[in-house]
Design a protein around this ligand. Structure first.
Ligand SMILES: CC(=O)SCCNC(=O)CCNC(=O)[C@H](O)C(C)(C)COP(=O)(O)OP(=O)(O)OC[C@H]1O[C@@H](n2cnc3c(N)ncnc32)[C@H](O)[C@@H]1OP(=O)(O)O
Ligand SMILES: O=C([O-])CC(=O)C(=O)O
Length: 371
């Protein structure tokens, strides 16, 4: 029995939700380019949860249900107010708040498929409000109630900033939500599936997944990319900064991927958005710096940018605080996590692999006064 470090290449589940084959990403067989160019986030949510696209009535119903369920318990706002707001990371706040949402859901432990689908809607509806409420409480501002007539992406930006976003902002944010919605058996989705395979509840699965997404090798990389861009500061410093990191064998955040070899198909969409939005906000240097970093890493390390690289300058251009980038990833990925949770329940078996024991053998207990 020998271990495969990081489970690389191990097929650990069957899934109908998304696939990555030869650097091509599909959700339920629909290409990511097709969906990003033509669908809305709500359509993608329906697709992931039902493994088919909705008709007009089904889409209208889902939008309505999401809008109807965006409110969160006042206790969550109070919870945020009780946190050490100068130091708590928004992902830690989100992880705790999603767990608390479960405590407030009377159906949390009702395990039939209909109840789980209702929880999926409630959780997807509320998670955006949780993130925006935290952001506002932290700034000493009042939370903004959602506007039912706005779509999911527009509502998020509206609740975050307190003013209705421009069409171009809604379009970019909606596309970003689509691009982050699902990604086969990534670390956080696997975490969610392991959790609920014990027949634990949806909230436990998503809480665990948030914990896994938080790390900088996974979703936390987008915040780190922005930290890097901020630290570098200007385009003339890119070369020496990046070279120094590479010479010291340090990782450059936003590059590399366990599965993609030729490139992450989501990155080109974010790159186009980054170019457009950084120009509009008068910060084109952010895009130019990103391209310069990109070209150096591709040339020297042959590592393509992943989804987290250009998303950083996109979110910055939308006026979003940098430590909210990963919570926004979580808002989108909740759709994928929940899809995988529902799929796991539908054909469940406990996930319990083995470990190769490499510790000492045949030890004999030594009484404490003899150690
Ligand atoms: C949404 C997402 O989760 S996308 C990924 C987000 N994470 C990041 O951007 C963090 C930076 N990237 C990485 O750490 C990795 O590429 C991961 C975690 C994404 C993939 O990890 P793995 O498949 O385990 O690859 P691993 O870390 O073993 O890297 C393989 C080799 O490439 C190098 N490498 C991988 N990524 C990078 C990078 N970003 N910068 C520099 N070198 C890198 C490693 O140092 C290693 O080199 P070595 O063989 O000489 O030791
Ligand atoms: O698939 C992965 O390993 C990480 C990733 O890109 C994602 O979760 O979007």
């Amino acid at each position: 029995m020998s271990a495969t470090k990081g489970l690389e290449g191990i097929v650990a589940a069957e899934s109908k939700i998304s696939s990555i084959i030869d650097d091509t990403l599909t959700y339920v067989g629909y290409g990511i380019d097709d969906l990003t160019n033509n669908a809305t986030f709500e359509e993608v949510v329906f697709l992931l949860w039902n493994t088919r696209l909705p008709n007009a009535e089904e889409l209208a119903n889902l939008k309505q249900e999401l809008a109807n369920n965006m409110d969160i318990p006042a206790a969550i706002t109070d919870l945020f107010k009780s946190m050490p707001l100068n130091t708590v990371h928004p992902m830690a706040a989100l992880r705790t708040a999603v767990s608390m949402l479960g405590a407030f859901d009377e159906e949390a432990d009702v395990m039939d498929a209909e109840a789980n689908y209702r929880k999926a809607i409630r959780l997807q509806a509320k998670i955006g409000t949780v993130v925006t409420t935290f952001a506002r409480v932290r700034q000493g501002k009042e939370p903004v109630a959602p506007k039912p007539e706005l779509g999911y992406a527009a509502n998020f930006l509206y609740m975050l900033k307190g003013e209705e976003p421009a069409a171009i902002e809604i379009e970019a944010f909606d596309k970003a939500l689509i691009l982050h919605a699902d990604h086969e058996l990534n670390a956080s989705t696997f975490t969610a599936r392991v959790c609920v395979a014990t027949l634990s509840d949806v909230y436990s699965g998503v809480t665990s997944a948030i914990g896994a997404l938080k790390g900088p090798l996974h979703g936390g990389a987008n915040e780190q990319v922005m930290k890097m861009l901020t630290e570098i500061g200007s385009i003339d410093k890119v070369e020496s900064w990046v070279q120094n990191k590479l010479d010291n064998k340090e990782k450059i955040m936003g590059f590399g991927h366990r599965v993609y070899r030729g490139g992450d198909p989501r990155a080109p969409h974010l790159r186009v958005m980054s170019e457009k939005l950084t120009k509009l906000t008068g910060k084109p240097e952010l895009y130019d710096m990103s391209v310069k970093i990109h070209d150096m890493i591709v040339e020297q390390k042959k590592l393509p940018a992943n989804v987290d690289f250009f998303s950083a300058s996109v979110y910055d251009s939308l006026g979003i605080e940098h430590d909210l980038f990963t919570p926004i990833f979580a808002v989108s990925r909740t759709s994928g996590w929940v899809a995988h949770i529902l799929e796991q329940y539908a054909n469940n078996r406990l996930i319990r692999p083995r470990a190769e024991y490499v510790g000492p053998d045949m030890q004999k207990y030594v009484p404490i006064n003899e150690r």
